[in-house]
Ligand binder design. Structure first.
Ligand SMILES: NC(=O)c1ccc[n+]([C@@H]2O[C@H](COP(=O)([O-])OP(=O)(O)OC[C@H]3O[C@@H](n4cnc5c(N)ncnc54)[C@H](O)[C@@H]3O)[C@@H](O)[C@H]2O)c1
Ligand SMILES: [Zn+2]
Ligand SMILES: [Zn+2]
Length: 363
C-alpha cells in the first residue's frame, strides 16, 4: 500500500501493456493526466479482461501499438476532472463505458456512439485503457455512468461492455422476438450475456453452441433450452435435428472465427437473422450460392452502448443477475495470472475474470 502511495506521489502507476503478438507486460507507466477540458481521470477499482483483449494479443487487431495499455471495461472513482466536465466530480463512483462518445457528432446524434468521430471504441485500442491503476476517459460526461448505490462494482463492470454487446450486437440486431428459435454460437461471457438479455424478449428456444462443456453447462443453468458441443464437427447436424430440420430464426455469432460464422450460415432458417458479434481477424466465405434465396439478414455491429441505460434499469430491478457472469477474482497486481486463467478458460472453468485494485478506497 505504501508503495502504491509512493507511486501516486511520483506520478507513476502499474499497467498491463500489449507488447506485440503473444506478448504482454505488467509495467510502470506514467499516471495519466487531463489532456482536454472534457476528460476525467478515473482510479480503477475493478476491471476485467475481454475476449477482444485475447484477439489483440493474438495479433487480430494490428492497429494496436506496442506499449498500449489494454482494457476497456471497469468501475472506478473519479480522481480528477477537466474544467468542462459537469456531470461528475472527484470522488464519484462511475462505470466506464467501453465506448467513448462526444454526444454531438453526426454518429452520436444517430445513437451510433461506436463510430463517434472523436471517440468510439478507443479505450485499450487506440488510447490507453482500463487495465491499470488509473485511466483517462475522454468525453467524460457522456462516456461514464454513475454507479448508483443499488449496484455493486462487479455488476457495474458487466455493464461496461459484455451486457450491451450481447444485447445490442446479438439480441437487438438479431431482432429476437417472442417465440423465436435462437442459437448462440460461443458461450463465452459475451455469448452468455446475449443469452441473459435474449431472455428479456421471451424466445421459445435458446440453443447454445460451444466446444467447452463447462461453459455449456453454465449456459444451461442460465436458461439455455438446449446445448450443443460442436467440437466433433457435427454441431450443424445436431442443431438441425433439434429444430426438426427447420433451422433457427436468429443465429448469434459470438466467437469471431470462420468456423463459427459457417455454423450460423448453415443453420439459419428462411427469413432468419445472422447477428455477428465476434471480432474477426480473418475473412469468412459467404455462401450466397445457397443463401441468396433465403430472405435472410446479416448484421455486424461494434457495440454502441446505446442500451446501457436500459440495462442499468434491468439489473437494478433485479431482472437480470449479471453477477453470475463472474467466475474468478484477482488483485489487479495479479493480472498476468488472470490472463493465463482467462486464456485457458476451458481448463480453468473461467468466465469473467475480475481484477480489483488493492489501493485503499476513497483515497
Ligand atoms: N462487436 C463488438 O462490439 C464486441 C464487443 C466485445 C466483444 N466482442 C467479441 O465477442 C467475442 C466473444 O467474446 P468473449 O469475451 O465471450 O470471448 P471468449 O474468448 O471468452 O469466448 C469465446 C467462446 O467461443 C468458443 N469457441 C471457440 N472456438 C469455437 C468453435 N470453433 N466453435 C464453437 N465455439 C468456439 C470458446 O470455447 C469460448 O467459450 C469475441 O470475438 C470478442 O472479441 C465483440
Ligand atoms: Zn470487450
Ligand atoms: Zn461523437
Amino acid at each position: 500500500m505504501n508503495q502504491a502511495n509512493d507511486r501516486n506521489e511520483t506520478k507513476s502507476m502499474k499497467a498491463l501493456t500489449y507488447r506485440g503478438p503473444g506478448k504482454r507486460a505488467w509495467e510502470d507507466r506514467p499516471k495519466p493526466k487531463i489532456q482536454a477540458p472534457t476528460d476525467a481521470i478515473v482510479r480503477v477499482t475493478t476491471t476485467t479482461i475481454c475476449g477482444t483483449d485475447l484477439h489483440i494479443l493474438k495479433g487480430d487487431l494490428p492497429a494496436v501499438e506496442s506499449g498500449r495499455i489494454l482494457g476497456h471495461e471497469g468501475v472506478g472513482v473519479i480522481e480528477d476532472v477537466g474544467s468542462e466536465v459537469t456531470a461528475f466530480k472527484r470522488g464519484d463512483r462511475v462505470i466506464i463505458s467501453c465506448v467513448t462518445s462526444c454526444g454531438r457528432c453526426k454518429f452520436c446524434r444517430k445513437s451510433m456512439y461506436s463510430h463517434c468521430l472523436t471517440g468510439g471504441w478507443i479505450l485499450g485500442y487506440q488510447i490507453d485503457g482500463t487495465q491499470a491503476e488509473y485511466v483517462r476517459i475522454p468525453h467524460a460526461d457522456t462516456s461514464l455512468y454513475a454507479l448508483t448505490p443499488g449496484l455493486n462494482e462487479e455488476v457495474g463492470t458487466m455493464i461496461s461492455d459484455i451486457l450491451p454487446t450481447g444485447h445490442e450486437c446479438g439480441v437487438l440486431n438479431g431482432q429476437v422476438k417472442p417465440g423465436d428459435v435462437v442459437a448462440i454460437v460461443g458461450a463465452g461471457p459475451v455469448g452468455l450475456a446475449a443469452l441473459l438479455t435474449a431472455k428479456l424478449y421471451s424466445p421459445a428456444e435458446l440453443i447454445m453452441i460451444d466446444v467447452d462443456d463447462h461453459r455449456l453447462e453454465v449456459a444451461r443453468s442460465f436458461g439455455a433450452t438446449n446445448v450443443v458441443n460442436s467440437s466433433d464437427g457435427k454441431g450443424v447436424e445436431r442443431i438441425m435435428a433439434l429444430t426438426k430440420q427447420a433451422g433457427v430464426d436468429v443465429a448469434i455469432e459470438a466467437v469471431g472465427v470462420p468456423a463459427t460464422f459457417d455454423i450460423c450460415q448453415s443453420i439459419i432458417a428462411p427469413g432468419g437473422r445472422i447477428a455477428n458479434v465476434g471480432v474477426h481477424g480473418k475473412s469468412v466465405e459467404l455462401h450466397l450460392e445457397r443463401l441468396w434465396s433465403y430472405n435472410i439478414t446479416i448484421t455486424t455491429r461494434l457495440v454502441d452502448t446505446v442500451s446501457t441505460p436500459m440495462l442499468l434499469g434491468v439489473v437494478q430491478a433485479g431482472r437480470l443477475d449479471a453477477k453470475k457472469l463472474v467466475s474468478h477474482r484477482f488483485a489487479l497486481s495479479d493480472i498476468m495470472k488472470a490472463y493465463d486463467t482467462f486464456g485457458n478458460a476451458a481448463k480453468e472453468q473461467a468466465l469473467k475474470v475480475l481484477l480489483t485494485s488493492n489501493r485503499p478506497t476513497g483515497g
